[in-house]
Ligand binder design. Structure first.
Ligand SMILES: O=C(CO)[C@@H](O)[C@H](O)[C@H](O)COP(=O)(O)O
Ligand SMILES: [Fe+2]
Length: 189
């Protein structure tokens, strides 16, 4: 039997960086078609800001193993919609996940394949359990980076397809200085 080596790493709780992790950067141009206000999207695309970064320590896609990753989701809006991650189902749809809030404020939109949505607010110390089969997207509703840790099965994978096409049934927007979760005009059953 070949055993893997255990690993301990210190997450930088100010920046979200995990030493030795693989870094992924998502700019606004990577989120084409995701925001409802296309005019506001095109306008902000001139700056093409970084929307989020992911620092991941991932294993081979094998049953029983675990991956973990921090996400640094920057503050900002496209029109009235707060910056968010793409959002996905897991390719192995029955794989669950745990999120843990580290810094900043935001929340998670979750959704079943039938379009039943839930919004869970997150701050430092919040644990969110993502059950099997639920799509999940995080949203920064604050004015500083929203940083969190995700722990997920190594064979979960990411299925971005249907969210990229139809989005979530709800949008998280600013209305008169308040955070509101409203129906998405893009959502069709
Ligand atoms: O849920 C997971 C892994 O299963 C997170 O690590 C996200 O991958 C990350 O927050 C970026 O979001 P996406 O671009 O992948 O939706
Ligand atoms: Fe996930």
């Amino acid at each position: 039997m070949e055993y893997k080596n255990p690993l301990g790493v210190d997450i930088d709780l100010e920046t979200g960086v995990i030493p030795g992790a693989k870094k992924l950067v998502r700019r606004l141009s990577d989120l084409k078609g995701y925001f409802v206000d296309e005019k506001a999207y095109e306008e902000l695309l001139k700056e093409n800001p970084v929307v989020y970064e992911v620092y991941a320590i991932e294993q081979e896609e094998k049953d029983g193993d675990l991956n973990f990753a921090t996400t640094v989701l920057y503050p900002g809006k496209v029109g009235r919609e707060f910056f968010f991650t793409k959002g996905h189902y897991h390719s192995k749809a029955d794989r669950a996940e745990i999120y843990y809030g580290i810094k900043g404020r935001g929340g998670m939109l979750l959704q079943t394949p039938e379009g039943k949505a839930e919004w869970i607010e997150m701050g430092p110390g919040t644990v969110v359990y993502v059950p099997p089969y639920w799509a999940h997207r995080t949203v920064n509703t604050g004015d500083e980076p929203f940083i969190f840790l995700a722990i997920y099965p190594a064979d979960a994978g990411h299925d971005y397809g249907s969210i990229a096409e139809k989005g979530f049934s709800k949008l998280v927007v600013e209305e008169n200085g308040e955070v509101r979760v409203v129906d998405s005009p893009k959502w069709k059953e």
